[in-house]
Each structure stands twice: as C-alpha cells, then as structure tokens.
Design a protein around this ligand. Structure first.
Ligand code: HEM
Length: 405
C-alpha cells in the first residue's frame, strides 16, 4: 500500500546516494530538524468543560495510578496537591516541561496527545472532611459472583489516568505527577497499558483487544445526540439520587483490571470465539451479517433453528436495549505484565468505563453479564475502582476546585 510505495522510493534514492547497509539507513536521517510528525504535534486541550481523556480518541499508551493521602494529610494538603497537579499537568499537555526540576525524559518531543485526567475515590471524602459532598454514585460497587478482587490493587483516595500516543511522554508525565505528590500522597497501585499506535493501520478503525476482537463498536459516539447525557453529569443535576452540583460536567470512571485466560481462549476455533461475542472476529460485524456498523439481528435463527447470535453472547447481553438503556463509554487499555507463577500470561484489559451515573451504566450491565455471559469463562476481574472525575478546570482554576472550596 502507501507505506510500501514510500519505502521503495526511499531505498531507491539511497542506493545511489550511500550504497546500502547501515550507511543507507543513516542517510535517511535529515541533517536539519524537521517539523514534528503528526503524532508528536497532536495536542489535547487540558482546560475545558470536561476533563480531557474521556471523549478523547484512545491513545497508544496509558497509565492508571491511584494514590492514598498520607497519614495526617487532610483537606488543606489535598487542595495544595490538586493545585500542584494542575500546574504540572497543564504545561505538559502543551509539550512544555513540568514546572520545577523536569526529568528531561520528553525533552525532544511534542505533546503527543497527552491527557491527564484526575478523579476522587470514595475514601477521599472521609479523609478530607467532605463526606456531605460525596456523590451516592461512589457507594461501593456491588459484589459480583465472578469477582476475584485484590483490595491492594483496588480503589484509592485519588486516581489519575495518563494517556499519550508516545511511551516516553506518558512516562514523563507519570513521574512528574508522582513527584508532585511528595509527602502528601503515596502511590497505592499503578497499572500500565497500551493500544494500537496511531498510523499503524492504513485507515482509522476500532481498536482490537488481546483476544483479537474488534472492541468498541457499540460505544456511544460523541456525534450522537444522547452522548453528552449518557457520559457526563448534566449542568444542573436534579432528582433524588442526582450527583452533587460540584460534579456538573464530570463523569464517573469504573476501572476493572480484567485478566484474560488467553491460553484457553486461543485454543478455541475462531467460529466458537465468534459465538462468545456474537460478532465476527475479522471485522467486528454481527454474526447475522453486514458490516461493523450494522445492527445485530437478535431474533434471527440459523438453519439449525438456533439463534445466530447466541442467547449468552457478550454483545447481546451487554447492549443498552437489553439493560434499560444502560450506556457507558468503554475506553480501555490492554495490559501485559509478563507471566504469572503458573506460567500463564498476566495480560488482559484495563477496562475503563465512563458514564454519567454508574448505577445506570456499569452496574446493571455487569450484573447481567455476571449471571452468565459466554465471555465470563475466559476472563477474571482482578481489581476494581470507582472514581468521581470532576469537570474540566477552567484556566486559572485547579482540578476539583468546585468540590474543595
Ligand atoms: C461489547 C469484549 C468486558 C460491556 C463488547 C464487544 C467485545 C467486547 C469484543 C463487541 C464489540 C463492541 O461493541 O465493542 C470485552 C472483553 C471484556 C469485556 C474482552 C473483558 C476482558 C466488558 C465489561 C462490560 C462490557 C466488564 C460492562 C460491565 C460491553 C458493552 C458492549 C460490549 C456495553 C456493547 C454492546 C452493544 O451495544 O452492542 N465487549 N468486553 N464489556 N461490552 Fe464488553
């Protein structure tokens, strides 16, 4: 394709110019600096109505990190920390160094679509004397029968999601934020993940996960009229179980570390894998036909009289119309943490679901999946977090200011 043509042209020029081998490679390097590529120059505004990193297109690298406030740190220390974190994150998202002593890790790079997204866990409100401000949405998630949760890698007072299309930019931001935590907060858990790099496919398309499935098809799209109300808390929350006013423009993140039993999964023929989801592996189209965007024909039966999309297919059970309209934006990262003691891959999905209210998004859907979707046999939920992610900070504001003051 296009890449092949470019490669061939470059090689052709080099043979004449430098004679091949390592010299030929060196000769492709420009003598003078050239403008940043598309990837490096991509910038996502830090300030705005909503925090960046929610409806932002998925980036290639992500770090999820939770902090606990240190003993003795309360509301005043938390305010100072949120001010420092805001002052640290905002310039980095423009490709500028972190204030103070920068580590130089991203010195040569553009913003590379860096986003830094901050959230509050349930325990934060106890620690800071703000229990009256705590959204009922942060009530602990119900226990699910398939949970194998590790408390040490779950929850936390504060949560940050760092995303970037470049691994060094993401690490740079993560370290800078960790350093700013200083003696106020210490890391509770850290999980790192990845996705397809921009430009790795010839045309933009939905991500794949480590099971090889096209993952993200059913997501609400920013262009759809209901997207705003499904994903973000309304400007004037109302009703008995509404979010508090400080959460206007915010969203709730449900984070689940979901290990995939890849040895089991990969030993199944593709036909069986497809029945687990109800969609084709090659292109994500429903098993009832069409393209990725075609609606599933849920009542269609095959020649054998069986439903083509099985009754326990993951996509059938999870879809909003089967769950009273429950919708969420799944914006996950894959992870690979090497091998476990039993020799099996410690790999899977850092599942991140965004919604205006987890009781109307993740909870009913996971309840349903927990009662027996076909995918459950191939996954293990190993850690869990639920965070209130406030609206974006306006210029001059720090993140979370409307809660803290
Ligand atoms: C759809 C994979 C966990 C909710 C899908 C699809 C795949 C998939 C391949 C079909 C394509 C798409 O619409 O994105 C996985 C994997 C999981 C996982 C591999 C775990 C490792 C979850 C969990 C939830 C969830 C925990 C929520 C509780 C959904 C929803 C859809 C979906 C809402 C869209 C259904 C529709 O509207 O058609 N998932 N999923 N998934 N999944 Fe999952």
């Amino acid at each position: 394709g296009v890449l092949g043509a470019v490669g061939a042209g470059a090689v052709g020029g080099l043979v004449v110019g430098a004679g091949g081998g390592i010299g030929a490679y060196a000769a492709t390097r420009p003598a003078a600096p050239t403008p940043l590529t598309h990837l490096g120059s991509d910038a996502v505004a830090f300030h705005g109505t909503h925090q960046a990193g929610i409806s932002t297109p998925m980036q290639a690298v992500g770090h999820l990190v939770a902090f606990d406030l240190a003993p003795g740190a309360g509301r005043a220390e938390a305010i100072a920390l949120l001010r420092r974190w805001t002052a640290c994150a905002a310039p980095m998202t423009e490709g500028r160094p972190a204030p103070g002593h920068d580590t130089d890790v991203a010195l040569d790079e553009g913003p590379s679509a860096l986003t830094v997204t901050f959230g509050f866990g349930r325990s934060f409100f106890d620690r800071t004397g703000l229990v009256k401000q705590r959204p009922v949405q942060l009530d602990p998630l119900p226990a699910f029968s398939s949970d194998h949760l590790d408390p040490a890698r779950s929850d936390g007072d504060l949560w940050i999601q760092v995303g970037s299309d470049d691994a060094l930019v993401a690490f740079h931001a993560l370290r800078a934020l960790q350093k700013e935590a200083g003696s106020t907060a210490r890391v509770r858990w850290l999980m790192s993940g990845f996705n397809r790099s921009p430009g790795a496919t010839a045309h933009p398309m939905t991500m794949r996960n480590l099971m090889g499935q096209v993952d993200g098809t059913g997501n609400p799209k920013p262009s759809e009229p209901r997207f705003g109300e499904e994903i973000f808390v309304p400007a004037k929350p109302h009703g008995t179980l509404a979010s508090p006013a400080w959460m206007a423009g915010g969203s709730y993140a449900v984070v689940r570390r979901i290990r995939m039993l890849l040895d089991d999964w990969e030993s199944m023929p593709v036909g069986k894998q497809e029945k687990v989801i109800g969609r084709r592996k090659s292109d994500g189209a429903p098993l009832t036909g069409g393209t990725e965007d075609t609606a599933m024909a849920l009542t269609k039966k095959g020649p054998d009289g069986e439903l083509v999309i099985p009754a326990d297919a993951h996509a059938r059970i999870a879809q909003p119309s089967a769950n009273g309209g429950a919708a969420m934006l799944r914006r996950s990262y894959s992870y690979n943490d090497g091998l476990r003691g039993d020799g099996k891959p410690d790999a899977g999905l850092l599942f991140v679901a965004w919604q205006a209210d987890p009781l109307k998004g993740f909870v009913p859907v996971q309840r349903k999946l927990d009662r027996g979707d076909a995918l459950s046999a191939f996954i293990r939920h190993e850690a869990s977090g639920l965070f209130a992610v406030p609206a974006g900070a306006a210029k001059g504001e720090y993140v979370g200011q409307r809660l803290m003051e």
